[in-house]
Design a protein around this ligand. Structure first.
Ligand SMILES: Cc1cc2nc3c(=O)[nH]c(=O)nc-3n(C[C@H](O)[C@H](O)[C@H](O)COP(=O)(O)OP(=O)(O)OC[C@H]3O[C@@H](n4cnc5c(N)ncnc54)[C@H](O)[C@@H]3O)c2cc1C
Length: 408
C-alpha cells in the first residue's frame, strides 16, 4: 500500500507542470473558439497526441499510479485549461477504461489502439450507456443484445443518448441488456467496431456548456458484432449471470456492492475535473479583484469581495482533498464505507457551480460577457452535477451507504 502523503512526488510534480504548460499554452487559448464553433477540436486533440497526452500509455500510467493521485492531478490540470476541450481529450480514455477493466488481453490489444489512432490520424471512442428512458435509472435500460449462436454473433438493437463522441467515434463501447430478468446485473458491454452497419449517429445536441465536446444519440439498428466483441468473453458472462441469478435468490447484496465499488472509484475523476474548472475561475477572479479599481482602490480591498475569494479558495481546496482521499482509497482497495467517492464528486461539482457563479459576480459586467472566460466556465461547470450520476443520485448513494436503508 502506498504511504499516504499530501505531497506529490518529484515525478508527479514534473507531469503536473508539463500538463499545466499544455493546458495554458494550447488548450486555454483555443477554448473560446471551440466553444463558439461547438465542434470537436480535432487540431487540439492532434497536438495532445503529438506530445503524448492523448494516448493510452499516458492514461494508463496515471491510472496505475500507486498513490492514486495521477488521474485526479491530470484531470484537474487539463480541465483547468478548458472543460469542453479537455473532455474531448479524455472522453476516449473513459471508453478505454471500460475495455481495460472488463476486456480480455486480446480485446485490449485489438481495440484500444483503434480508439486513439495515432498523431497523424487521431480517432476518438465513445462509451454509450445512457438512454432516453434510462438516465439515473440505469436498470430501465432497453437496448437489447441477443446471441445468435449459429453465427457466433450478437445482434444489438436500441437507442443510446448523451454519448460523448457518439457517432464520430471509431470504436463505440455499448452497454446492453443480455438478461432482462436480472435488471442492471443482466447488462454486458460490447465493442462496436469501426464502420459496423446499423450503428449511426442520431441527433447531435446543442448544449449549454462544454460545447467543444461532441454529445449525440447513437442508434443501433440490427447491429451485428462477432462474439469476440463481448467484453470479457461469453464464458465469463455466463458465469457472471449464473452467479447473479444465484445471488438474486439470496438477496443480491454482493453483486450490488461490487457495482457500487466501481462507481465509487471512477467518480473522484469527475470531481477532479470540477476542481480544475473551479480553480480556473477562482484564479481569474482573484487577479481581477486585485487590479480592478472602484472608489479609488482595488475591489479586493472590500471585505465583501475578499471574503468571497476566501470562501471560494477554501471550498476548492476542500473539494480537492475529498477527491484525493477517494482516489487514494480506490487505488489502495479501501472500502468506501461512507461512499467517499460519491461524496467527492458531489462536493466538487457543487463547488464548481458555486465558485464559477461567484467569479462572474466579482468580474461584474465583464464577467457576464464572452470577453472574459468565467461565463464559459460557469456554463461548463453545470455539467458536473449532472453526468456520472447527478448530485441527487450522489446524495442518495451516500445516504443509503450511511444508513443501510433503501432510501428513495
Ligand atoms: C454533456 C453530457 C455528456 C454525457 N456523456 C455521457 C456518455 O458519454 N455516456 C453515457 O452513457 N452517458 C452520458 N451522459 C448522460 C448522463 O450520465 C445522464 O444525463 C445522467 O446520468 C442523468 O440522467 P438523465 O439526464 O436521464 O436525468 P434523469 O435521470 O431523468 O434525472 C432528472 C432529474 O431527476 C432527478 N432524479 C432522478 N431520479 C431521482 C431520485 N431517485 N431521487 C432524487 N432525484 C432524482 C435527477 O437528479 C435530475 O435532477 C452525458 C450527459 C450529458 C448532459
Amino acid at each position: 500500500m502506498a504511504e499516504f502523503t499530501m505531497e506529490l512526488n518529484e515525478e508527479q510534480r514534473e507531469v503536473r507542470e508539463w500538463l499545466h504548460g499544455f493546458a495554458a499554452e494550447v488548450i486555454r487559448p483555443a477554448a473560446a473558439e471551440w466553444d463558439e464553433r461547438e465542434e470537436t477540436p480535432w487540431p487540439v486533440i492532434q497536438e495532445a497526441a503529438k506530445v503524448g497526452i492523448y494516448s493510452l500509455d499516458f492514461y494508463a500510467q496515471q491510472y496505475f499510479d500507486a498513490t492514486g493521485l495521477g488521474i485526479p492531478m491530470a484531470m484537474e490540470e487539463l480541465f483547468w485549461g478548458d472543460a469542453g476541450i479537455a473532455l474531448s481529450i479524455v472522453g476516449t480514455g473513459l471508453a478505454a477504461v471500460g475495455v481495460l477493466a472488463n476486456g480480455t488481453e486480446e480485446q485490449i490489444g485489438t481495440w484500444i489502439p483503434q480508439m486513439y489512432g495515432d498523431a497523424s490520424d487521431v480517432k476518438v471512442a465513445a462509451f454509450c450507456s445512457s438512454e432516453p428512458d434510462a438516465g439515473s435509472d440505469v436498470a430501465s435500460m432497453r437496448t437489447r443484445a441477443v446471441y445468435d449462436e449459429a453465427k457466433d454473433e450478437w445482434v444489438i438493437n436500441g437507442t443510446k443518448t448523451w454519448a460523448t463522441n457518439g457517432g464520430i467515434a471509431n470504436v463505440h463501447v455499448v452497454v446492453a441488456v443480455v438478461d432482462p430478468e436480472l435488471g442492471s446485473k443482466g447488462h454486458a458491454s460490447f465493442i462496436i467496431p469501426p464502420g459496423t452497419p446499423g450503428c449511426a449517429q442520431g441527433q447531435k445536441f446543442k448544449k449549454h456548456g462544454i460545447r467543444a465536446s461532441h454529445t449525440a444519440e447513437v442508434i443501433l439498428d440490427d447491429v451485428r458484432v462477432p462474439g469476440s466483441c463481448l467484453l470479457g468473453g461469453k464464458e465469463k458472462l455466463d458465469e457472471r449471470l449464473a452467479r447473479a441469478r444465484e445471488r438474486a435468490k439470496q438477496g443480491g447484496e454482493r453483486v450490488k456492492n461490487a457495482a457500487m465499488a466501481t462507481f465509487e472509484a471512477s467518480r473522484p475523476a469527475v470531481g477532479a475535473m470540477a476542481v480544475g474548472t473551479a480553480r480556473a475561475a477562482y484564479e481569474v477572479a482573484l487577479e481581477y479583484a486585485q487590479t480592478r479599481e472602484q472608489f479609488g482602490r482595488p475591489i479586493i480591498d472590500n471585505q465583501g469581495v475578499a471574503f468571497q475569494l476566501a470562501d471560494m479558495r477554501t471550498q476548492i481546496d476542500a473539494a480537492r482533498l475529498l477527491v484525493w482521499r477517494a482516489s487514494w482509497m480506490a487505488v489502495n482497495g479501501k472500502p468506501f464505507t461512507a461512499a467517499e467517492g460519491s461524496m467527492s464528486k458531489l462536493y466538487a461539482s457543487e463547488t464548481a457551480k458555486q465558485v464559477t457563479a461567484q467569479a462572474i459576480q466579482i468580474l461584474g459586467g465583464n464577467g457576464y460577457t464572452r470577453e472574459y472566460p468565467v461565463e464559459r466556465m460557469h456554463r461548463d461547470a453545470a455539467i458536473y452535477t449532472i453526468f456520472e450520476g447527478t448530485s441527487e443520485i450522489q446524495r442518495l448513494v451516500i445516504a443509503r451507504t450511511l444508513s443501510g436503508m433503501p432510501i428513495r
